[in-house]
Design a protein around this ligand. Structure first.
Ligand SMILES: [Zn+2]
Length: 270
């Protein structure tokens, strides 16, 4: 019996593993990597590239790493997790995401002028800092409720063309809903960014702990402020059409270890 398991048993703490995200070892997916042979009573510090990774109690191994895989990760390269001593590697498979062609009436959103680009760079840095949040609440969150009601109008990972020009792949899930529809917290968390951004419009980023963050874009109205603590179901704001959009919807991003991944992997019974 491992030291950690022995401690948990001695303390009568149930060792039931968390309901983890659905595993998908593909670009834009999540890898669940058992840290086999690691006899540590406390969760180890694990990094993937430059980013710290979520580590939760496992059922077979003592600890498992829950790793967000970037959309530009290459299937022919072994993915490396580094620990203070040693490391683990895992392989991923390719995934062919579909293409989407959109027409945006406001040409500034396709070819931004220098002022827009300057503004976007600053906003991008602000959002980047929020996505790199690391906090350690009592419980790790590994599952979400949907933050809005409506059909999924655009899946994660689409290779996108705006007015026939290639742009970054779709880094979230779009939920179509009318302007004013409710957006609610999918899990407990803390608000780490609130802004009106060039492409994303009215935006909120929530930190759920251990490198897991979520982003809400294009809102008509924001109900939270920086530093607010949210419970599941608390209002974040209302659906809108601010920023680069073709109509009202919620763009919802989920980020693990500063890597945008498919939100549906975190939804139970989607
Ligand atoms: Zn979107």
């Amino acid at each position: 019996m491992s030291l950690r398991r022995w401690l948990l048993t001695a303390l009568m703490i149930p060792t039931t593993a968390l309901a983890l995200p659905e595993e998908a070892r593909v670009p834009g997916g999540v890898a669940i990597v058992p840290l086999d042979g690691l006899e540590s009573a406390t969760p180890p510090v694990v990094n993937y590239g430059k980013n710290r990774v979520m580590v939760v109690p496992g059922s077979d191994a003592n600890w498992v790493a829950v790793v967000g895989i970037p959309l530009d990760a290459k299937a022919d390269e072994a993915q490396q997790l580094t620990l203070e001593q040693g490391g683990y590697s895992f392989r991923i498979n390719d995934k062919a995401y579909e293409s989407q062609h959109l027409t945006v009436a406001n040409k500034r959103y396709v070819e931004p002028d220098p002022e827009d680009i300057k503004r976007w760079r600053k906003e991008s840095a602000e959002m980047g800092a929020a996505f790199r949040s690391w906090s350690e609440p009592e419980h790790a969150i590994t599952e979400f409720k949907l933050p809005a009601e409506g059909p999924f109008s655009s899946p994660f990972g689409l290779r996108r063309f705006f007015n026939e020009q290639p742009r970054k792949p779709h880094s979230g899930l779009d939920i179509a809903a009318p302007t004013g529809a409710a957006i609610t917290a999918p899990a407990p968390g803390k608000v780490v960014a609130v802004g009106n951004y060039f492409f994303n419009g009215n935006t909120v980023i929530v930190d759920h702990g251990y490198g897991l963050t979520t982003m809400y874009c294009h809102m008509s109205h924001i109900d939270v402020k920086l530093g607010d603590t949210l419970k599941t179901g608390d209002s974040i704001g209302q659906v809108g059409a601010t920023g680069r959009v073709t109509g009202p919807h919620l763009h919802w991003s989920v980020s693990l270890n500063n890597t945008r991944v498919d939100p549906l992997l975190f939804i139970d019974g989607k």
